[in-house]
Design a binder for this molecule. Structure first.
Ligand SMILES: [Zn+2]
Length: 187
């Protein structure tokens, strides 16, 4: 994209589409692409370069075009974006008391910054399944090959998505319009 500097806003003088797979003619995928774009827009400020965001966004949009399940590709992007921004959740030890977590379901609190041990969590809070915790850890480790091999059924993916959504919305301090739209699309 070629930009001409303007007094307040820059003017797009020329734009060229890169070759490669693209998200097109699929409302679900387009809605996911909207989420990726909204997040990139939300975390960057005018004239303040943020290293890695462009590459991450470009790769996410390409993956979204080729990945059979768009939710999978988007979830991966959300975790990668959280890590890049320094908002990655604490998944190994309790986010409050730092005690090592046993291999058991655990409560998650975006406000506390991650998983909580049973002493720190309210007994009434719902618990993330062991499988969801494992998927989140694989994503956080950036192990794309292992992530690609994981079987993510509907309920498991829901847990993972909800955890990422709570974390994002906590740090961004407001809701993402595209997330709300995606949920409406599903119901
Ligand atoms: Zn604790």
């Amino acid at each position: 994209m070629l930009l001409a500097s303007g007094r307040n806003l820059d003017v797009i003088a020329q734009a060229q589409r890169l070759p490669g797979p693209r998200v097109e003619a699929d409302p679900d995928r387009t809605a996911h692409a909207g989420l990726i774009a909204e997040l990139a827009d939300r975390v960057t400020e005018d004239r303040h370069p943020l290293e890695g965001v462009y590459e991450l966004t470009a790769v996410a949009l390409r993956d979204l075009a080729v990945e059979p399940d768009p939710r999978r590709a988007t979830a991966w992007y959300l975790m990668a974006a959280l890590e890049l921004l320094g908002y990655g959740p604490q998944l190994q030890a309790c986010a409050t008391c730092d005690r090592q977590l046993p291999a058991a379901p655990a409560a998650f609190s975006a406000a506390a910054g991650g998983l909580l041990c049973d002493t720190c969590a309210d007994p009434a809070w719902s618990r993330l399944s062991v499988a969801a915790i494992k998927v989140l850890r694989v994503m956080q480790a950036g192990d794309g090959r292992l992530y690609g091999r994981l079987k993510l059924e509907g309920d498991l993916l829901n847990e993972v998505e909800e955890t990422l959504r709570h974390t994002l919305e906590h740090h961004l301090d407001r809701r993402l319009n595209s997330l709300r739209f995606l949920r409406q699309l599903r119901t």
